[in-house]
Design a protein around this ligand. Structure first.
Ligand SMILES: [Zn+2]
Length: 212
């Protein structure tokens, strides 16, 4: 669940002006303040919007708005807490990190696939898009489980699945539920050469290979 929200915060820059306050009708100290809004996700990843400088009476908090540029030129940039200003950057870093981690995992998987394709063994389980293997595929994505039945020199004989799916998810579900281990999951066989399987791998059509 994503928790998010925002709240107004005030940072006081100076309190050095004494003048008559028309609201209090007395001599008061006037404060230069920065009002800003901090938005957050999970209270940790924050960013700031709607900065507004004001000069207000210390007691009644009434006064006037000030131009941002003029204030920052004379007083410098205000003291907004570091995390309020830059907390969002940590969220960006986290998302980028997850992306990098994902692509490392992908490249590990594909180098593993490459290694296993080169040395096929009986009972290897291939999760592959078999559409490109068929002369007239029903769809461009037909994910299925192929099980190595026999390796004979350059030829690899696979048990072929009764069902294929247009999404990878259908196959991974069958794998995790154990459905794909049942003998009746497969029907018939098909023979490919090592080169054909290597082409399939190069084209990115082998998602993963399991060897037990
Ligand atoms: Zn006042």
């Amino acid at each position: 669940m994503i928790v998010w929200g925002s709240k107004g915060e005030v940072s006081v820059l100076e309190a050095n002006e004494h003048k008559h306050c028309p609201v209090c009708e007395k001599e008061r100290t006037f404060l230069v303040q920065l009002h800003y809004k901090v938005h957050h996700v999970w209270y940790l990843f924050k960013w700031v919007t709607s900065k507004q400088y004001v000069k207000v009476c210390e007691v009644c908090q009434r006064g006037e708005k000030l131009a941002t540029k003029a204030v920052e030129e004379t007083l410098g940039k205000p003291a907004i807490p570091f995390m309020s200003r830059w907390g969002w950057a940590f969220l960006v870093a986290l998302i980028v990190g997850i992306g990098v981690f994902g692509s490392i995992a992908d490249s590990n998987r594909s180098s593993q696939v490459q290694a296993l394709v080169a040395t096929p063994m009986k009972n290897d389980i291939y999760i592959a898009n078999v559409a490109s293997l068929l002369k007239s595929p029903e769809s461009t994505s037909m994910y299925g489980v192929l099980r190595v039945r026999n390796v004979d020199g350059n030829n690899i004989e696979f048990d072929t699945p009764r069902v294929t799916y247009n999404k990878l998810k259908g196959v991974t579900k069958d794998m995790s539920s154990g459905k794909a281990s049942a003998p009746e999951y497969f029907e018939g066989t098909i023979v490919f050469t090592k080169d054909e399987i290597a082409d399939l791998q190069k084209a990115g059509n082998i998602h993963s290979i399991e060897r037990h």
